[in-house]
Design a protein around this ligand. Sequence first.
Ligand code: BDR
Ligand code: CA
Length: 309
Amino acid sequence: MKRKLILDVDTGIDDAIGIILAVKSRQFEILGITTVNGNVSLESATQNTCKVLHLLDEEDIPVIKGANAPLLRNSYFEHAVHGQDGLGGALLDAPIKKQPDEGFAPDFMINSILSFSGEVTLVLTGPLTNLALALKKCPEIVHHVKEVIFMGGVVQGPGNVTPTAEYNVYVDPEAAKLVLDAGFASLTQVGLDVTRKALLTDEHISRIENGELREFVDQSTADYRKRYFERNRVSGCAMHDPLAVAVALNKNLVTTEKYYCDVEMKSELCDGQLVCDIQERLGKRTNLQVCTTVLVEEFFDMFLSIVNS
Ligand code: BDR
Ligand code: CA
């Protein structure tokens, strides 16, 4: 039996590649893809998600719109990384055949989790606003969800928006805190510590056999790779969100440590930083499974074999 999955995205170049990985893996029954304001507006993230499903010829997968702003803060778009449209211009002229489905993402999450108690895996690759809204409305979902995996934060290393903060946590730190404090039995963070190691290179792209998908990955990541080189002096770009999907597919790709983590929300320099109590100085109960190492070659082997299947 396939595992039931809700994928929450702010599509986004790497979200799009994460969607491709999740859909093409055929390992999940995808109950729905929920969208959130993040890299781009809610409208653009939703439209991009529909375009990616059209590219995959999988337009029957429901797409449900969620929050159009962070819980308390203003939007903070990432056009510099993802382009004006969010997909680096790759599907600009693609026909918009699929429309989003009815409903509101947090309600969709609640209903799905309660209807299939103990069966639903949530993978979140954008700011955590939708899940936070679901938790506010129905806190008991924590006892009914199978597991939650999110891409966000960095534990040991620099941020990618500010010197200390990673984008998804930075955009909606109040939401991230609600998720961390909710009491999930299985909450896994896939942060920059590991995603920065999963660098997609020209060589990986050349190994994608399907012409349309190769062209999409090549075009959508072209500027992203250029920018990554300018900033980091490495050829490639980080597959942040696809790695979160990959962890849902195979936990053995990473090693994890359990820590107590919290989010800084009122600091001039460290706002939106995920703070991890590695040395247990606060004496609090652990709340987060943190990915600490990743098998990069195995990840790309899996990625390419799924995309080429
Ligand atoms: C995260 O931020 C977004 O720009 C990416 O889509 C990814 O989810 C990486 O920090
Ligand atoms: Ca994302």
